[in-house]
Design a binder for this molecule. Structure first.
Ligand code: SF4
Length: 681
C-alpha cells in the first residue's frame, strides 16, 4: 500500500487455540485495526476482546530489536553474526565437553509449525538428543497421554462448528467464556437458541454456570470420583450404549467393577456434590442423542491428570458419544499453536506426527531424510529439564518464546535452576523475566511479521501471513534457527516457510496432503493424508485410531497436597479473559490491560469474614514453596475453603506458590490444587 493508504492482511489470531481468522489493517507499516473475517471458519467473523483490541504489543517500544550478549552481568548489543557465532560456539563446546544429554531445547506454542519443526530438528540433529519439549507439558500433556491410550489419538475428537448441533454438553475444568471466548459462543448458541442442555462441572461459578441446567461444584481434585459417579448412574439406569460398547470397545467389565462403588452418596462425601444433582447431570448426558464433553486445564493440571482424561474417555464410550458428529471428548488447547507444537514433534518421545523415537524403523526414516544419526532414547520433559539443570546435568538450554520463570510451578526453584546453567539462550519478542537470566537474547519477529502456519485446537491448519516488518534487526524465528543450524554445520537450505512445510508434509502422514497451495483456498483439519483428501471433521468414525477403544477404570486419588493446620485452604489457579499467559503481550496493550491490571485473589465471603479481610485489602498467601501479597476480591465465585488466583502476574506470581508434584505418566504439574495459608497483610 502507498503512504497513507490502508491494506488488509488475512491471518490467524496469535492468542488462544480457537485460531480465529482475522484481518490485520495496516497503514504506513503499522497494524492500526483488527477485524474478524465474515463467514470464515472457525470464528464466522467473531473475535474476542484480546483478538480484536490486543494488538498494541506489535509496535511496543519494549520490543527486542537487536541481539544481546551478557558480559559481567550486563547486556550489551551485538551483531547477528557475533551473537550466532557465540551461541553456536558455546553449544558446540558444551557438547564436546559433556556429551549430547547436557544440552536441551524448549520450543514454543507461540511460534509457527514450521519453526517448531526446525527447533526439534535442531535439537535432535544438532544437540544430538531428544531433550526437546515445550509448554504443552504444563497444559495438555495428560490429554496427549490419556486420549492416545484410550482412543489412539491425543487430539480434540470433534470440531467447533459441530457444537451448535449438540443436544447436551458437559463442560468440565474449562472456563470457556474467558479462556476460549469465541468457542464459548458456539456452546451458548446451542443452549440458548437450540435447547441443548448444559452441565457445568467446576469448583468456581464460571460465567457458563448462568446457562447451565445443572452445575456440579466439586471440591478441587475430585474429578475422577465425579465422573465415576456419573458412569455409576448411567449404568444403573440402563443408559449405557451396550451395542456401541460390544462392537467398538474393550475392558468394559473392569470399568463396571470399579464404578460400581461410586454411588451418588459416596461421590457426595468425596466431592461435596449433592447426590441428586449428580443424578440429574448423569441423566442429561446419558439420555442425549449427541453429547459433547469439553474440558481444559481443570482436568489436565493434576497429579492424576492422565487418569482424569482417561475417565472422560470412559464416559464418552459408555454412552456411544464418540465417532459421530456433535459428540466426542474435546480438549480445548490453550495457546494458539500448542496443537501444532505437539504435532511437529516438539516433545521428547515423538518425532513430527507422533512417530515414536524408540521405534527403529521410524528413526531410520528420519535419519535418512535428515542425513544425521538420531538418539534412540526418550529425552527429558520440561519438568525434568529444570531439576536436571539444578543438579548440573543440563549445562546448556535454548528457550524459544517461553517464560518459565513465571509460567512454571514453584518459580523460585525455576530461577535457581536457570541460574545454575552454564549457558542459557532465550529467543523472544520481549525481554521476559526468563530472558533477563540469559547469556544471549535473540530478538524474534511476532506473528504479524512473518509467514507460516498455526494448527488450532480442532486440528485445523491455517495460514499466518506477514503484514508488517519486524522492528529493528528482529528476525523470524525460522530464519534465526536456520542461521544457527548452519553455524553448527547442519547444512540447512530453507529459503521460506513453505519450503519447510513441504518437508513436514513429506515426513508427517497426517499432514501429508496439506500444502501452502491448498491453504490459500481453505484451511484443513488433520488427518489429511493425501492431496485429494478433504481433511477430517471428527475422529474415530467407524473405528478408533487404535482399533478398539479401551476403558481404563480409575480410582479417585487425593491431590498431592491437602489442607492441614498450617496451610488450611486450597489454592487453585487459572486464567482471566483480559490477560494472556505471562502478560508479555496483553500487559503491553493499554486498553486490554486496563481492564485487569492487578493480581487479585478470589476469596469466599465467609472466609473473608473469618480472616477479617474486605474487598480491596491486601492479603499474604503462603504455601510450602513461598509467599506473595495480592489484593483481595471477595466473591461467591469461589466456595468456602478455596481461593483462586490467575497465574498471569509476574509481580504476584501464583506459581511461586504452586506445587511441582507431577502426574507420573504425563509429567504435568498439579497447578490446580495445593494447600495455602491466607493472612491479612
Ligand atoms: Fe483470538 Fe482466541 Fe479471542 Fe479468537 S477467541 S480472537 S483466537 S483470543
Amino acid at each position: 500500500a502507498r503512504a497513507g493508504e490502508t491494506n488488509k492482511v488475512l491471518t490467524t489470531c496469535a492468542y488462544c487455540g480457537v485460531g480465529c481468522q482475522m484481518w490485520l489493517h495496516v497503514k504506513d507499516g503499522r497494524v492500526v485495526k483488527v477485524t474478524g473475517v465474515e463467514n470464515a471458519v472457525p470464528n464466522r467473523g467473531r473475535l474476542c476482546v484480546k483478538g480484536r483490541f490486543g494488538y498494541d504489543f506489535i509496535h511496543s517500544p519494549d520490543r527486542l530489536t537487536v541481539p544481546l550478549i551478557k558480559e559481567n552481568g550486563t547486556f550489551r548489543e551485538a551483531s547477528w553474526d557475533e551473537a550466532l557465532d557465540h551461541v553456536a560456539g558455546r553449544f558446540a563446546q558444551i557438547l564436546r565437553a559433556h556429551g549430547p544429554r547436557s544440552l536441551a531445547g524448549l520450543s514454543s506454542a507461540r511460534v509457527t509449525n514450521e519453526e517448531n519443526y526446525l527447533m526439534q530438528k535442531l535439537v535432535r540433529t544438532g544437540f544430538k538428543s531428544n531433550n526437546i519439549d515445550h509448554c504443552a507439558r504444563l497444559c495438555h500433556a495428560s490429554t496427549v497421554a490419556g486420549l492416545a491410550a484410550s482412543f489412539g489419538s491425543g487430539a480434540m475428537t470433534n470440531s467447533i462448528a459441530e457444537m451448535e448441533d449438540a443436544d447436551a454438553f458437559i463442560v468440565i475444568g474449562s472456563n470457556t467464556t474467558e479462556a476460549h471466548p469465541v468457542l464459548s459462543t458456539f456452546v451458548k448458541r446451542a443452549v440458548i437458541h437450540n435447547g441443548a442442555e448444559l452441565v457445568v462441572i467446576d469448583p468456581r461459578r464460571i460465567p457458563l454456570v448462568a446457562h447451565a441446567a445443572v452445575w456440579l461444584r466439586q471440591r478441587p481434585g475430585t474429578d475422577i470420583a465425579v465422573i465415576n459417579g456419573l458412569m455409576h448412574v448411567i449404568i444403573r439406569e440402563n443408559l449405557a450404549d451396550e451395542p456401541f460398547i460390544a462392537e467398538r470397545c474393550e475392558n468394559y467389565d473392569a470399568l463396571q467393577k470399579v464404578v460400581a462403588s461410586y454411588t451418588p452418596e459416596r461421590v457426595e462425601a468425596l466431592s461435596g456434590i449433592p447426590a441428586e444433582d449428580l443424578i440429574r447431570a448423569a441423566r442429561i448426558y446419558g439420555r442425549a442423542g449427541k453429547a459433547m464433553i469439553l474440558y481444559a486445564m481443570g482436568i489436565t493440571q493434576h497429579s492424576c491428570g492422565t487418569d482424569n482424561v482417561k475417565s472422560l474417555g470412559n464416559l464418552a464410550m459408555l454412552t456411544g458419544n464418540v465417532g459421530r458428529l456433535s459428540t466426542g471428548v474435546n480438549p480445548l488447547r490453550g495457546q494458539n499453536n500448542v496443537q501444532g507444537a505437539c504435532d511437529m514433534g516438539a516433545l521428547p518421545n515423538v518425532f513430527p506426527g507422533y512417530q515414536v523415537v524408540t521405534d527403529g524403523g521410524i528413526r531410520s526414516k528420519f535419519e535418512a531424510f535428515w542425513k544425521a544419526p538420531l538418539d534412540a532414547e526418550v529425552g527429558l520433559a520440561l519438568t525434568e529439564m529444570l531439576p536436571a539443570a539444578a543438579e548440573g546435568r543440563i549445562k546448556g538450554l535454548f528457550i524459544l518464546g517461553e517464560n518459565p520463570v513465571v509460567s512454571d510451578p514453584d518459580s523460585h526453584h525455576v530461577s535457581d535452576a536457570l541460574k545454575n546453567l552454564g549457558f542459557l539462550v532465550v529467543q523472544d519478542i520481549f525481554l521476559t523475566e526468563t530472558g533477563r537470566l540469559a547469556d544471549v537474547v535473540l530478538p524474534a519477529a511476532c506473528f504479524a511479521e512473518k509467514d507460516g502456519t498455526f494448527t488450532n485446537t480442532e486440528r485445523r491448519v491455517q495460514r499466518v501471513r506477514k503484514a508488517v516488518e519486524p522492528p529493528g534487526q528482529a528476525r523470524a524465528d525460522w530464519r534465526i534457527l536456520t542461521d544457527l543450524a548452519n553455524r553448527m554445520g547442519l547444512g540447512w537450505r530453507y529459503d521460506s516457510p513453505e519450503s519447510i512445510f513441504e518437508e513436514i508434509a513429506a515426513l508427517t502422514p497426517s499432514y501429508g496432503g496439506i500444502s501452502y497451495k491448498r491453504l490459500e483456498r481453505e484451511s484443513l483439519q488433520w488427518p489429511c493424508p493425501s492431496a485429494d483428501h478433504p481433511g477430517t471433521l471428527f475422529l474415530h468414525k467407524d473405528r478408533f485410531t487404535r482399533g478398539k477403544g479401551v476403558f481404563f477404570p480409575v480410582e479417585h486419588q487425593d491431590p498431592f497436597e491437602l489442607p492441614d493446620d498450617a496451610y488450611p485452604m486450597i489454592l487453585t489457579t487459572g486464567r482471566l479473559l483480559y490477560q494472556y499467559h505471562t502478560r508479555t503481550m496483553t500487559g503491553r496493550c493499554e486498553g486490554v490491560n486496563a481492564l485487569a491490571p492487578l493480581a487479585e485473589v478470589e476469596l469466599n465471603p465467609s472466609d473473608a469474614t473469618r480472616l477479617q479481610l474486605v474487598h480491596g485489602d491486601r492479603a499474604r498467601l503462603t504455601t510450602r514453596r513461598g509467599s506473595i501479597t495480592v489484593h483481595v476480591q471477595v466473591t461467591e465465585r469461589v466456595k468456602a475453603g478455596v481461593v483462586f488466583m490467575p497465574f498471569h502476574y509476574a509481580e504476584a506470581a501464583a506459581n511461586i506458590l504452586t506445587v511441582p508434584a507431577l502426574d507420573p505418566v504425563a509429567k504435568i504439574p498439579e497447578f490446580k490444587v495445593c494447600a495455602v495459608r491466607v493472612e491479612k497483610e
